[in-house]
Design a protein around this ligand. Structure first.
Ligand code: ATP
Length: 318
């Protein structure tokens, strides 16, 4: 559906997007992740035709930017980081205005579309409210309705949950998920749990470059295989527990850490050898400790999979 190759954008002599390539299939939700200044907005603006790249190609369906820019723009609904709303208008009047400038001239068709959008974006109770009086989350929903007015096949959403409270984040995320059943969506975010919960695919940018591009499941799996086991024991001597744990398997990296509570001995255990990483060592640890008179207070696998990848890939080297 969308194929981007070697996309590059300079602001004067500063390279904000550097040789970015990615592919999004029809019906996929792609999360574009990256720290502040990574180049997410610039990339999205090039996809929408708002910015012209210095190098690279953008193909959407069988069309190519900039040759078929008008056709491509008609396929895309775009929600910029701050939705461009007229605050002095009522929601209904604003949507009517948007519908008219987008060419929906038939009154009945417009009304039908408002009903659909009101349903999808949860607008029924605010249609007669001035935009200025809406919360940020509700304004975002109006912006989303704007982006979806002509029922575009592709939606590009720039940090749609930025600045929202946790309830509003979940609401917008649920809307995106529901829309994503029928549309191809690219949205940028720095909330990793959001990408994890919503996206089929994730591309991580850092300093304008792609540092990861894979399915959410593959990215998660790649770190889960090396996930950290946290263990806290009561009644054990540090050295005894350390050597017992090390005897379980040579691939285990066992580190003693500050105990979570007084009177406990705590460890962080990481399987290092790739051959053994499919195996869940928690059961081996449990069985080994069972042979002693120590008590297991904590035995967990750390599950911040994507956070870990994100930090590793986007860490600034000092
Ligand atoms: P954020 O999450 O903070 O919105 P981002 O990943 O969307 O960041 P961009 O807004 O694309 O990143 O910015 C990428 C880099 O380009 C940043 O270093 C930014 O300062 C710079 N930049 C963005 N727009 C311009 C501009 N109009 N002129 C000059 N530099 C710019």
């Amino acid at each position: 559906m969308i194929e981007v190759q070697n996309l590059t954008k300079y602001y004067k002599d500063f390279c904000a997007v550097d040789n970015v390539s990615m592919m999004i299939r029809k019906g996929e939700i792609l999360g574009l992740l990256g720290p502040n200044g990574a180049g997410k907005t610039t990339t999205l603006r090039m996809l929408t035709g708002y910015f012209k790249p210095n190098y690279g190609t953008i193909k959407i369906k069988n069309f190519q930017m900039p040759k078929d820019a008008l056709k491509i723009k008609s396929l895309i609904g775009y929600l910029p980081e701050s939705a461009p709303l007229y605050h002095n208008m009522l929601v209904y009047d604003y949507l009517e205005y948007v519908a008219k400038i987008k060419g929906i001239n038939d009154k009945e068709k417009r009304y039908d579309r408002f009903l659909q959008l009101s349903d999808i974006c949860g607008l029924s109770s605010i249609m007669d409210k001035p935009i200025a009086t809406l919360s940020k989350g509700l304004k975002q929903r109006v912006g989303l309705a704007h982006a979806m007015m002509t029922d575009p096949q592709i939606l590009i959403l720039d940090e749609p949950t930025s600045g929202l409270d946790p309830n509003q984040i979940v609401e917008i995320r649920e809307i995106i998920k529901a829309i994503g059943k029928e549309k191809t969506i690219i949205f940028s975010t720095h909330i990793l749990s959001e990408a994890e919960a919503t996206c089929d695919k994730i591309v991580i940018l850092n300093n304008g470059r792609v540092v990861a591009d894979d399915t959410t499941a593959n990215l998660k799996q790649s770190v889960e295989q090396n996930s950290l086991i946290k263990l806290s024991l009561q009644g054990a001597q540090k050295e005894d527990a350390d050597s017992l744990l090390k005897s379980i398997h040579p691939s285990l990296d066992v580190k003693i850490v500050e105990p979570v509570e007084k009177g406990l001995v705590s460890f962080e255990i990481t399987p290092l050898n790739d051959d053994s990483t499919d195996h869940d060592f928690r059961s081996d640890i449990y069985l080994k400790i069972k042979e002693t008179d120590w008590i297991i207070i904590q035995l967990i696998k750390e599950s911040q999979a994507l956070e870990k990848i994100f930090r590793e890939l986007t860490r600034e080297v000092a």
